[in-house]
Design a binder for this molecule. Structure first.
Ligand code: GLP
Length: 259
C-alpha cells in the first residue's frame, strides 16, 4: 500500500486527477472503475476541467461500482443518474463505454453475471477509484462481505442507509438492497485508488490501512492488493499510527517511481 497524506480535500482531488490523467495519457483507452458518493466528486470535477482543455477522454471506458436495487435508472439518486451527471457528461466520456450494474433488471443475478462478463471483455479495470464507507465498506460491500465476492445483490447495512439518507427526501426512501461489484472484482483491478477526506473517515481508514485484514472492515482487503494507493487528507489520516512514515516515504519517493 502507498499511503499519501495531503493537507485537505482539494489536494486529494488534484493529486487523484494527476494519477488518473497520467494513466489516460499513457493509455487513451483506459478502463476506469467509477465510485459514486461524495469522496470522488472533487476528482471528477478536476478531471472535467482537464477534459475541457488538454485531456482526451473520448476513448476511456468506465464501470460503476454499484447501484441501488429498485430505483428507476432515471431517478436522480440512482447511481446510473449520478454517474451520468457527475462523470460521463462532465468528463466527455462516450456513454456507450460507461456501464452501471443494473438495479432494476428482472433477473438481477443474470445481469450481475453479465456485468462481470462486460468487465472481462473490456480487458479488466486498469484503475479502480474507491471511496470508503464509515463502516469500512468499499462499493457497497458491507462488513462481513466475502473477500472473494463478485458482482451481486447485497442488503445495505442500517448504518449505510442512515449515511445515505441525506440524498433522499426521507430516510425510508433509501433502498434496502443494492448490487455491487464484489471485493474479488475490485481486487482484480490493476491499480486501486482509495480516496478519503474529513474526520468521519479517520476510524475506518485506520482500520483499513493498519488494522487486521478482516471481513468486518471490507476495505482492509486492499492490504493484499499489489498496487493500492490510499490518498487521504490530514483529517482522514488522524488515526494512522504510522502517518509520519507515510509522509517521509512520499517525500522521499524516487523520481522513477512517480510515473
Ligand atoms: C456509498 C457508496 C460507496 C462510497 C461510500 C462512501 O454508499 N456506495 O461507493 O464510496 O458509500 O461515500 P462518501 O464518499 O459519500 O462518503
Amino acid at each position: 500500500m502507498e499511503v499519501i497524506i495531503v493537507p485537505g480535500p482539494n489536494d486529494v482531488a488534484v493529486l487523484a486527477a494527476d494519477i488518473v490523467a497520467r494513466l489516460i495519457q499513457q493509455r487513451p483507452d483506459a478502463v476506469l472503475g467509477l465510485a459514486t458518493g461524495s469522496s470522488p466528486l472533487g476528482l471528477y470535477a478536476e478531471l472535467a476541467r482537464r477534459a475541457a482543455t488538454t485531456l482526451d477522454t473520448t476513448r476511456v471506458s468506465g464501470f460503476a461500482l454499484d447501484e441501488y436495487v429498485g430505483l428507476d435508472p432515471a431517478h436522480p439518486q440512482s447511481y446510473a443518474s449520478v454517474i451520468r451527471t457527475q462523470v460521463t457528461e462532465p468528463l466527455g466520456l462516450d456513454p456507450a463505454r460507461v456501464q452501471v450494474p443494473p438495479g432494476d433488471a428482472t433477473d438481477l443475478e443474470r445481469s450481475c453475471a453479465e456485468f462481470e462478463q462486460a468487465i472481462r471483455e473490456a480487458g479488466g479495470v486498469d484503475l479502480q477509484i474507491l471511496g470508503l464507507g464509515g463502516n469500512g465498506h468499499i462499493g457497497f460491500n458491507e462488513p462481513t462481505s466475502s473477500f472473494s465476492s463478485r458482482t451481486r445483490i447485497k442488503t445495505l447495512a442500517p448504518a449505510t442507509r442512515r449515511d445515505n439518507a441525506r440524498f433522499f427526501p426521507a430516510p425510508d426512501d433509501v433502498p434496502t438492497h443494492c448490487v455491487t461489484q464484489g471485493l474479488g472484482t475490485i481486487m482484480d483491478a490493476t491499480t486501486v485508488l482509495l480516496l478519503a477526506a474529513g474526520p468521519a473517515k479517520a476510524d475506518a481508514l485506520a482500520k483499513a490501512v493498519e488494522g487486521p485484514v478482516a471481513a468486518l472492515c471490507p476495505a482492509s482487503i486492499l492490504q493484499h492488493h499489489r498496487r493500492a494507493i490510499v490518498l487521504v487528507d490530514e483529517e482522514a489520516a488522524a488515526g494512522l499510527a504510522l502517518a509520519d512514515y507515510y509522509r517521509y516515504a512520499y517525500a522521499n519517493k524516487p523520481e522513477w517511481q512517480r510515473s
